[in-house]
Write a protein that binds this ligand. Structure first.
Ligand code: ADP
Ligand code: MG
Length: 400
């Protein structure tokens, strides 16, 4: 395929901002041999910047993005077809409209993890702008981000998930005592409390008794309006599997991995901060750096079961692009519960596809091909309908 102008949007107003910077840089390096990469960095405050200088991790270590990038945005207006950019020296968007440049983009790759990137909001903007983009559409992204919503979809598709209840922040803050009793009745101990819509284990806590339950509920309630509480998957191992497909591309599963947690569950530190010197990774390697076993040391039978469930979970939310489906597996009984789907997985799960016969460049090309197919499919649909209601000669105010 001819070289395309590929916008990669990363960073963002998300607790996973830094992880996204790493994911995007890995992806941009994989795209660079075949395509023209246009980095679009969204700061923690939500400012959009673009410029070739942003394709350098040192910029983020040294906090130099302000000088390396130029303010830009994607207009929701259909037909602009890309980025609206203002020359660096001007400062302040649209002060002098004649200086504004349009940078066309053939396709956008959302590489923001979590809030305002993986949750359907960015996808909604790209829908309005009518720019082809990789990954899930806005609904699938929103569902994949919201733990109660995704579990409802999985359950509806006959996929085993752990039971759960949803608590509201207000009840936790106003009446902790009865909220705790509610959890004890419905779930018991040990229980996991999770904000509905975060990621990277932020705000998640495990409670083995009433005192810790009170604590973890209050912590979770600082992060979200809705808190999911479910039993701990005791005696299980975690097995992840990536899925690639959508828009006419048959969804297929990668090899499975077993991420290896150092403590009781995978915390943000386990996922991203291990492996560097002094216990922390200044030379961030993203999800690639996580200790993991690939392929996962489970039976062929269980591997197939996880892969089938991963594909079904992906399809149940109408997934597209590349996702990672995380499961709890009880080896003795052969039971598998799907825990969650990540629709913008760390490092785009390239390390799983590398073990499945697709290199990182090939994975990015697949994401582009799927994105373009999705956009073409949408163009074939009818979005307009001539009602005639507003025709001059129709008169009256008849209701239609
Ligand atoms: N019900 C559970 N039982 C056991 N461990 C859990 C449970 N829920 C979450 N965990 C642990 O917490 C981690 C983060 O939870 P997860 O639901 O994946 O949220 P996130 O969206 O933050 O990744 C998981 O990878 C797992 O290690
Ligand atoms: Mg997870």
């Amino acid at each position: 395929m001819a070289s395309l102008k590929v916008g990669v949007i990363f960073g963002g107003r998300s607790v996973e901002h830094d992880v996204s910077v790493v994911t995007a840089h890995q992806a941009m390096a994989a795209l660079a041999p075949d395509h023209e990469v246009i980095p679009v960095y969204v700061t923690r405050e939500g400012k959009w910047l673009t410029g070739p200088g942003l394709n350098d991790l040192a910029v983020y270590r040294d906090k130099r993005w302000g000088s390396a990038g130029t303010p830009c945005f994607i207009s929701p207006e259909t037909g602009t077809g890309g980025l609206t950019v203002e020359p660096a020296a001007q400062g302040g968007l649209l002060k002098r409209t004649r200086d504004v440049r349009y940078l066309p983009l053939d396709v956008v790759i959302p590489a923001i993890h979590g809030t305002f990137g993986e949750d359907g909001t960015l996808q909604g903007l790209l829908e309005l702008a009518d720019i082809p983009y990789a990954g899930c559409n806005s609904l699938a992204s929103a569902v994949g981000m919201d733990k109660p919503a995704m579990k409802a979809c999985f359950r509806d598709a006959g996929i085993a998930v752990l039971d759960h209840i949803v608590l509201h922040r207000d009840e936790i803050l106003s009446d902790l005592g009865s909220t705790v009793e509610k959890v004890e009745d419905a779930i018991g101990y040990p229980a996991f409390a999770k904000p509905s819509r975060l990621g990277s284990s932020v705000g998640i806590g495990k409670a083995k008794d009433r005192a810790t339950l009170q604590e973890v509920l209050q912590v979770a309630a600082t992060y979200d309006r809705r808190i999911l509480v479910e039993p701990s998957a005791e005696g299980c191992i975690e097995i992840n599997c990536s899925v690639l497909g959508g828009y006419g591309f048959q969804a297929r599963a990668s090899v499975c991995e077993q991420p290896v947690a150092w403590e009781e569950f995978l915390s943000f530190e386990d996922k991203y901060m291990r492996g560097g010197k002094d216990g922390g990774t200044k030379d961030a390697q993203g999800m690639e750096a996580l200790d993991r076993r690939i392929p996962a040391p489970i039976s062929d039978e269980l591997t197939t079961k996880v892969q089938e469930l991963a594909v079904r979970a992906f399809e149940s939310i109408d997934g597209a692009g590349v996702a990672r489906v995380d499961c709890f597996v009880k080896q003795e009984s052969g039971e598998v519960w799907v825990n969650e789907i990540n629709t913008v997985p760390g490092s785009f799960a390239f390390y799983l596809w590398e073990h499945s016969g697709i290199d990182f460049g090939g994975l990015m090309q697949s994401l582009i091909d799927i994105a373009l197919a999705g956009h073409r499919q949408k163009q074939d649909l009818m979005f307009t309908y001539e009602s005639g209601m507003l025709d001059k000669d129709r008169g009256g105010s008849k209701r239609g």
